[in-house]
Structure formats: structure tokens, C-alpha cells
Write a protein that binds this ligand. Structure first.
Ligand code: MG
Length: 348
């Protein structure tokens, strides 16, 4: 399946089993033979897929280099980006050359940020290997790193020249990482794909991972094309994320995955929506059923009061009003601006 994301410079998202071995050919549509390719990857993923990717790039005539950093969120910081810059500079990378990110969200965000900033911007190609990165993080052009005082505080919008998502790489994911991605999959179903939600309910959604990923990317594509720089309708993609981010923060970003936090955040948002009369009655229970089916948590030890206090500090808060994403029903969502002082009444 191939989807074209029509941003300023349109790019293709290729979702196919085995596409890992065709990344060189995909890159050759944008880059000349002889160009340099820096594979940016981490210590868990590179040993599994690094050689295949390098072989594919070399076969297409590229001069291939690799930068491999220690796996994990703690690596997602400026100092690692500086090491990527050093590898690029020492090997004489110019604007004709490019980066290929191979891995999950950390790799794509950070390698993309290095690409966005080195020489004021070079091309990059995303090869996401986790469900979360394939359905969500690799598309949309958000790149960045964490700072000691907050996640994703520094970054840039920089669209990749292509995305090559190979569902076969998901077979090596641990169950926990797979569930992490399912949190975002369920989110996409809730905000705009009722049919996918039904497939999730019936348990047939995982039978075809190409289709599953393609549906999520198709959903993200509509919002990214409408609102590339995330100032309007793209906010819909934050369904479940307002309270989800608050929970991640309360947990110190440990012991709860992004997908788990978003799952609980979606339940809280659905409850609030039902209470406000925006969300159809019974939606929360349907959502709870699907989260449980994919073994995602639906509640957490922190009190509503604590969650609301942490929410009020969220970076997506603008002034005194919070742009809260609510479902009207499964598959239909909207942005509801809510004054901050009304937050406590949403989660009594
Ligand atoms: Mg997310």
C-alpha cells in the first residue's frame, strides 16, 4: 500500500511486507547514485535489520554509513544529536546526502531533528520498526529531542522524503511495545474510523497489519495535510493525550508507556464528554471493552485532582483555554475549547 502525503513537498509512505529490502530503490527516486546515506539507529534495532538496510542502500548505489546509539528514551537528547552531527561532518555529508532513520519513535524524532538542522536541513527517510512509529510518529514531520526539564521541548517540522514501513519488523516487537502502539491505533479508530473500531472489537484488526497501519496513516494524512504545522484541526490527533500526557508526567515517564497513558486518557476524555452531553452515552464502555481486549489499562492510581493539576501545566495548554478533544461518537471527534477553571468539573 502506498499513500502520498501532500504537504509542501509531497512524499510517499510505503507500507509493505519486506519493503525493508527495497529502501534503496525508494531513496533512489529522490537521490542520485553516489550520494551518502547515514543510517541512524539504536542498539536493539540495528543488529536485527541494519545489515539488510545497508545492503539495500548500497545496491542502489549509495555510499552507506551508520550511527548507532544506545537504545532508549534517555538517548533522545541534544548531546546524541551532536554526535550525529559529528558523524555527518567527519564523513563529509552535504545537502545532496541524506539520513535514514531505522527504529522507533526516539530514532525517528532524533534522526529527523538532526536532518532538519544539519546544514540548515538535509533530506531524511524514515524506516519505522515499531507499531507506534509506523502508525503515528513517522508521518507528519514532527522531529525533536527532550530537554532535562521536559519532553520534546526542542524540535522542528521537517517532512521526510519518504517513509518505508515494513509490518514484518513488528514480529520482533515485545508484547509491551506492541500494546504501546495499539493505544494509538485505538485512538485513530475512535477519532475517525468507525469501521476499524468494529474490526478491533471483533478481533479481526490484527489479521492484516499492512491494512491496519495503512488505515491509521490514512487518518493521520488527512489531518496533517489540512494542518501541517499543528495549529488547528491536527489537534484532533491529541484525543486522549491531554490527560495522557499528564499521567506520563505524574509517572515521571517511567512505568507507563505512551500508549497506556493515552488509553487511560481516552477513557477520561470519553467520560468527560458523556458528562458534558457531547459524547454519545455508552461510548466510554465501548472504548473500555476494546482497550481491555488489547490488554491496555483503563485506570490508574493517580486521583482526578492530581491529573487535573498536572494537565494545567501541559505545554498544549494555550493561555486560559484548553483545546480538549472529545468524541461525538465512535469515529467522530471535535475540538472543544474549555476554560482552565472548568477542568475540575470535567473529572469530578
Ligand atoms: Mg501520541
Amino acid at each position: 500500500m502506498v499513500l502520498t502525503i501532500k504537504t509542501d513537498s509531497p512524499y510517499q509512505v510505503v507500507i509493505e511486507n519486506g519493503v525493508l529490502d527495497r529502501v534503496g530503490k525508494i531513496a533512489a527516486k529522490n537521490k542520485r547514485p553516489g550520494a551518502k546515506a547515514m543510517v541512524v539507529s539504536e542498539t536493539n534495532v540495528f543488529p536485527l535489520y541494519g545489515e539488510r538496510l545497508k545492503t539495500s542502500l548500497a545496491a542502489a548505489g549509495f555510499e552507506v554509513f551508520a550511527f548507532v546509539f544506545p537504545a532508549g528514551e534517555p538517548s533522545k537528547q541534544i548531546s546524541t544529536v551532536c554526535e550525529i552531527y559529528r558523524a555527518l561532518a567527519e564523513n563529509g555529508f552535504t545537502r545532496s546526502d541524506f539520513i535514514v532513520t531505522l527504529g522507533g519513535g526516539v530514532t525517528g524524532d532524533m534522526g529527523g531533528f538532526a536532518a532538519a538542522t544539519f546544514l540548515r536541513g538535509i533530506s531524511f527517510l524514515q524506516v519505522p520498526t515499531t507499531l507506534l512509529a509506523q502508525v503515528d510518529a513517522s508521518v507528519g514531520g514532527k522531529t525533536g529531542v527532550d530537554l532535562p526539564f521536559g519532553k520534546n521541548l526542542v524540535g522542528a517540522f521537517h517532512q521526510p522524503m519518504a517513509v518505508a514501513a515494513d509490518p514484518q519488523t513488528l514480529t520482533t516487537l515485545s508484547e509491551r511495545y506492541f500494546r504501546d502502539g495499539m493505544g494509538e491505533v485505538i485512538k485513530y479508530a475512535c477519532i475517525s474510523d468507525r469501521d476499524l473500531f468494529q474490526k478491533l472489537e471483533s478481533g479481526t484488526a490484527l489479521e492484516n497489519l499492512e491494512e491496519l497501519t495503512g488505515r491509521c496513516v490514512a487518518c493521520k494524512k488527512t489531518f496533517v495535510e489540512e494542518d501541517t504545522r499543528d495549529t488547528g484541526s491536527r489537534m484532533i490527533l491529541n484525543f486522549g493525550h491531554t490527560f495522557g500526557h499528564a499521567l506520563e508526567k505524574l509517572h515521571g515517564f517511567q512505568g507507563i508507556s505512551h500508549g497506556e497513558a493515552v488509553g487511560i486518557g481516552m477513557i477520561l476524555a470519553a467520560q468527560a464528554g458523556e458528562r458534558m452531553g457531547v459524547t454519545a452515552p455508552g461510548t466510554t464502555e465501548k472504548l473500555r471493552g476494546v482497550l481491555e481486549k488489547y490488554r491496555l489499562p483503563t485506570e490508574d492510581g493517580f486521583s482526578h485532582e492530581e491529573i487535573i493539576r498536572a494537565t494545567a501545566l501541559d505545554k498544549k495548554t494555550m493561555g486560559d483555554t484548553l483545546n480538549f478533544i472529545l468524541l461525538e461518537e465512535i469515529g467522530k471527534s471535535r475540538i472543544c475549547p474549555i476554560p482552565l477553571e472548568k477542568l475540575p468539573s470535567l473529572l469530578p
